[in-house]
Design a protein around this ligand. Structure first.
Ligand SMILES: C=C(O[C@H]1C=CC=C(C(=O)O)[C@@H]1O)C(=O)O
Length: 396
């Protein structure tokens, strides 16, 4: 099996092909040097290992994204060069694009999403007596944007970077036919897994509430989330799944701070930081990502059954939304973030995605509102509301 393709004559030598901008550092990939052989997640670690053993030149790391569906092909590449930046640069240069002429088509329509949530709740209830009942399904919806001007990823990245609590990312997606590579751009609050030497960290989130400009309303929203039995259950499902997936690889695995409130600029979340030590330091980050993805923060429980319900009820292709974006180096270190709060940019078209975890006790209207709240970060970085209208502060 070939470990990948050289990329010749693409004119992408100096272009930014990847950016991952966390609270401490920014990793930038410039130029597309080679693509890792594409495949499903089960063979990811083997393909990454093969890539490094077959090629000597270039930076000793690969970067890119994994799709939501475990059986679909990922897209990882080696850049020509790697640069490190700082977060403050990203925030300072923020300018908002003129997105006045932008139309938005919700897919599915919010009313159809509510119906899908109601149907999902019936499936959860009907499965209660099964040997492995369906206990959680994350259902998403999308917004299809068509703008008079090509979307500017650089502007979007800078605007998203104003929220210091999220990891801003941008990565090339595989090219389709003769069209240029689309991009996946987003601002995720959720770490799927990182590995540095023997230390492994995962920071799952699940359970959400909208944030408000009014401090009293904002505090009340956080307090309701903290006290919500439904959200605690939704969150615990993810924490248990992360422990189950990582414990075979770890000699120690703990959640030192327990479950805490994790704010972003627009959302409150329940989050649990999980830290482990590898039994075998030869275990690469790609193998850990393969064991974890997709967690019940983006799929559900049991995993296969929930993925089937998503395919049946969502009615569109998630592609690289709710997958993972990140990097892996030759030593097996790396970082992979859950690719939520993301958009696929292709010229004048963009598709934004947001999902919500459905468990017994979920309310269809409440979950629809939660997805609307999750769109706010990307929409406000684009300078528009959910109907494509310019936000008041940016309107002429
Ligand atoms: C699936 C998404 O969020 C996940 C991450 C945090 C909280 C979530 C929730 O409360 O439902 C979701 O599990 C999304 O933003 O598209």
């Amino acid at each position: 099996m070939s470990s990948g393709n050289e990329v010749a004559g693409t004119g992408r030598q100096a272009e930014e092909v990847f950016r991952l901008c966390g609270s401490e550092k920014t990793l930038i990939g410039q130029g597309l040097r080679a693509e890792v052989a594409r495949g499903a997640i089960d063979s990811l670690a083997e393909r990454v290992r093969g890539f490094f053993s077959d090629r000597q030149g270039g930076p000793r790391l690969v970067m890119g994204s994994l799709p939501f569906d475990r059986s679909r092909a990922d897209y990882l590449f080696q850049p020509e060069a790697v640069a490190m930046g700082s977060r403050s640069e990203a925030g300072k240069a923020a300018t908002l694009p003129d997105a006045v002429h932008c139309t938005i088509r919700p897919v599915p329509a919010p009313s159809a999403y509510r119906d899908a949530v109601a149907a999902c709740l019936e499936m959860i209830a009907a499965s209660a007596g099964d040997a492995e009942p369906l206990t959680k399904v994350v259902l998403s919806r999308s917004l299809e944007l068509a703008s008079s001007h090509a979307f500017d990823a650089g502007n979007l990245i800078r605007a998203l970077g104003r929220d210091p609590s999220v990891t801003v990312f941008s990565t090339l997606l595989p090219a389709e036919a003769d069209a240029p590579h689309p991009l996946l751009v987003g601002a995720t609050p959720e770490l799927l897994v990182s590995r540095k030497g023997a230390e492994v960290v995962s920071y799952p989130l699940a359970g959400s509430a909208r944030r408000y400009g009014d401090p009293g309303a904002d505090r009340r929203s956080a307090a309701v989330l903290e006290g919500s039995e439904k959200d605690r259950r939704e969150h615990q499902a993810v924490v248990d799944a992360v422990f189950d997936a990582l414990s075979p690889y770890c000699s120690e695995l703990t959640a030192p701070d327990g479950t805490t409130l994790r704010p972003t600029a627009s959302m409150w979340h329940l989050g649990t930081r999980i830290v482990g030590r590898l039994k075998d330091t030869e275990t690469p980050v790609a193998e850990l990502a393969g064991a974890l993805h997709p967690t019940p923060a983006v799929c559900g429980l049991p995993r296969e059954r929930a993925a089937g319900v998503i395919g049946q009820l969502e009615g569109y292709d998630r592609g690289f939304y709710a997958g993972a974006v990140g990097w892996a180096d030759e030593k097996g270190d790396g970082e992979w973030y859950v690719s939520i709060r993301s958009a696929r940019l292709a010229g004048r078209h963009a598709t934004l995605y947001a999902g919500a975890g459905i468990v017994a006790g979920s309310d269809p209207a409440g979950e629809t509102d939660e997805t609307s709240a999750k769109f706010v970060a990307l929409l406000s970085a684009l300078g528009i509301d959910e109907h494509g209208r310019p936000l008041r502060e940016h309107a002429a």
